[in-house]
Write a protein that binds this ligand. Structure first.
Ligand SMILES: *[C@@H]1O[C@H](CO)[C@@H](O)[C@H](O)[C@H]1NC(C)=O
Ligand SMILES: *[C@@H]1O[C@H](CO)[C@@H](O)[C@H](O)[C@H]1NC(C)=O
Ligand SMILES: *[C@@H]1O[C@H](CO)[C@@H](O)[C@H](O)[C@H]1NC(C)=O
Length: 621
């Protein structure tokens, strides 16, 4: 029963867990800000607690004739809601079309599904979006970025925060992103469900964090296995997703742009895409920033165990900064950092036996369903894991939630869950969500099925027994007490998968790139430890690691003017920092982000810290 209510709240779900995984990879955060994007917004509430997917979908494919109509009719032209990806006829050359109110250019590129044996019959359509350079006197061409995941939408990310990234890179560059094959507006999309309702019903069966109760692992393993093996509506594309194909697509996009070499900024999983590209095509690298690094060898060789290595350091940062901030700024304050840790331990102990029920006769808030909600130990664990991605944005709120739960008040939890990105618009009910078939493009923050599909394609087949998986989970818990177990499930999603990729790149992960790679990593990244940047860097002569002296996932988690200047100079002038360079952040956790008197660059950094990075999990619980 608890489970049922949880799911109604959308507090946890298998998908979410998978996302959780993602986030760690990429910059992992997924946010839910309810933006009023076009007319139809599909919101799929992932049961996963805070993981809400925003699917801004198109109701239906629009007949081509309406394209002409639209483009000839100024008043309709202004109606951003009318623009649909389907209005663009896919082409084998890159043709830009003005889109999203004219703020961007969009293209649909028709590429071979099978790069090893290209044919006219099997194709993928890649959705590409561009924010044009505005300083054209010294135009420097395109920089492509990938927001992470795997499974995050580049289209969504560029619309959400491409302009801020461009402020860092320099406005003499176009900024371009794309939905990797299988995702969002690229077709065919990886899809398991015929409708959002089906997905939610599946998510309702979530059983919580793996060690919530004795034996939970068996329920989880059965459920995940069954889920991944049965429901794909688009099996063909599953044989052709994976980072090798994504990297090849990116090379093709580059060539279609008329460029010989890549300028790129990858976050989280985007560091895998960038690293694979650099390994496959080292002579095609002109600039490559690898930000929030996932270990390339671990990712591809089935030993994916080190990713939570710095997780507890980020957790300790919560105790330390809460203590430093004092009683006024941190609601979960105690006399010493260790007493804060104990206070959390006690709260979790209590919640194992006494979950907190949010009951009100009244609407809890105007932007959510008025349903009593049960907040369990699993929810708090997942919230903790999510908070570690974004200390600047979340630690203070997280402290408030914990203090309230201690006194039996679940409302702050509820509000944080629903208002992470504070955008105003009410969340549409799942009942309003529309089914969008896999052959129709849609705008989505990310694709929860794509995450395991891509990750498992990059790995060799996984065949573990449940008992072996329990060992793996224990290893993760030993590496990170704070959230290792919360992040165990993604790997389970690969067990029993029968569809294998036709093309898999398995190294070596090295190369003499035609320009040195710039690695950027937080000193403690909850899912992308500094050691991964070090390991990856060893394969690429001349590469330099810039360490940002902050906590959380990717450099976006914390504004640092210093880091931004290095990245700017790298793109603009090809300058690399001296090895051993460390950048301090502009803020520390529990400090309020203040908009006053800022330079454009500092404002852009603040915005990135608050942005919806897609996966980067918001609160994925
Ligand atoms: C990363 O480097 C560390 C330290 O050298 C090493 O122990 C570890 O095995 C490396 N990881 C991989 C996957 O190579
Ligand atoms: C997985 O297990 C099956 C049955 O035990 C076995 O036949 C198969 O070879 C295994 N595959 C791998 C990759 O170990
Ligand atoms: C890179 O170049 C050096 C020096 O020419 C060479 O020794 C090394 O093998 C090259 N590495 C790769 C991966 O090609």
């Amino acid at each position: 029963m608890a489970n049922q209510e949880t799911q109604q709240l959308g507090l946890d779900s298998k998908n979410e867990r998978q996302f959780t995984v993602n986030r760690r990879l990429h910059t992992g955060q997924k946010g839910h800000r309810w933006r009023h994007v076009a007319n139809v917004i599909l919101l799929v509430l992932f049961a996963t607690g805070l993981v809400f997917y925003q699917l801004h979908g198109w109701r239906k494919a629009t007949p081509r004739s309406s394209v002409h109509h639209l483009s000839q009719s100024p008043h309709q032209h202004q109606d951003a809601q009318e623009w649909k990806w389907n209005m663009i006829e896919p082409s084998r050359v890159l043709l830009w079309h003005s889109c999203y109110d004219g703020a961007y250019d969009c293209a649909r590129l028709d590429l071979p599904m099978d790069w090893l044996k290209p044919s006219d019959d099997e194709r993928v359509i890649i959705a590409i979006i561009r924010l044009r350079a505005t300083e054209t006197d010294d135009y420097r061409g395109p920089v492509i970025f990938n927001p992470g995941g795997p499974g995050e939408s580049g289209v969504f990310a560029l619309k959400d925060h491409g302009a801020s990234l461009q402020t860092i890179i320099g406005r003499n560059h176009d900024v371009i992103s794309f939905d990797p094959r299988g995702i969002g507006a690229s077709l065919p999309r990886i899809e398991c469900w015929n409708s959002p309702e089906q997905r939610q019903l599946w998510d309702l069966q979530d059983v919580g964090v793996i060690d919530a109760h004795p034996g939970t692992i068996y329920d989880v393993s059965f459920g995940v296995k069954w889920g991944v093996s049965r429901f794909f509506l688009t099996p063909t594309v599953l044989r052709h997703v994976g980072t090798a194909s994504h990297a090849r697509d990116m090379l093709e996009i580059l060539h279609k742009l008329g460029q010989d070499k890549l300028k790129y900024w990858g976050f989280s999983y985007g560091t895998i895409l960038g690293g694979v590209f650099a390994s496959m095509y080292p002579d095609k690298v002109e600039r490559l920033v690898s930000d929030g690094n996932v270990d390339l060898r671990e990712w591809h060789y089935q030993t994916y165990i080190n990713f939570p290595r710095d997780m507890d350091k980020v957790m300790s940062a919560f105790y330390d900064f809460c203590h430093q901030a004092g009683r006024e700024a941190c609601d979960f304050y105690a006399e010493t950092p260790d007493l804060i840790r104990q206070r959390l331990e006690n709260l979790l102990k209590k919640m194992r036996k006494h979950p907190v029920l949010v009951t009100t006769g009244e609407p809890i808030s105007s932007d959510g369903p008025n349903i009593p909600q049960l907040i369990t130990w699993s929810h708090v664990r997942r919230l903790t894991s999510a908070a570690l991605y974004r200390p600047i944005l979340l630690f203070k709120k997280y402290a408030t939630v914990l203090a309230a739960l201690e006194s039996g008040d679940g409302r702050p939890f509820y509000h944080l869950n629903n208002n992470l990105y504070q955008s105003g618009d009410p969340a549409p009910s799942i009942c309003l969500a529309e089914a969008i078939p896999p052959e129709v493009p849609r705008l989505e923050t990310g694709n929860s099925e794509a995450f395991p599909a891509i990750m498992c394609s990059d790995l060799p087949p996984i065949n573990n027994t449940v008992e072996e998986f329990i060992d793996f989970t224990q290893q993760l818990s030993e590496i990170s007490e704070s959230a290792g177990d919360v992040n165990a499930l993604f790997r389970l999603a690969c067990i029993g998968r029968t569809i294998r990729p036709k093309w898999r790149f398995d190294g070596p992960f090295e190369g003499n790139t035609s320009f040195p790679i710039l690695y950027v990593n937080n000193i403690a990244d909850n899912v992308a430890p500094l050691i991964s940047a070090t390991n990856n860097s060893q394969g690429f002569p001349g590469s330099v690691i810039l360490v940002q002296n902050s906590y959380g996932h990717t450099s976006l988690s914390t504004p640092s003017t210093c880091t931004a200047n290095y990245i700017h100079n790298y793109f603009q002038h090809g300058q690399l920092p001296q090895p051993g360079t460390t950048c301090d952040p502009d803020y520390y956790p529990f400090q309020d982000i203040s908009p006053k008197g800022k330079s454009e660059l500092a404002t852009a950094l603040d915005e990135l810290t608050k942005a919806n990075w897609g996966f980067t999990p918001n609160l994925n619980f």
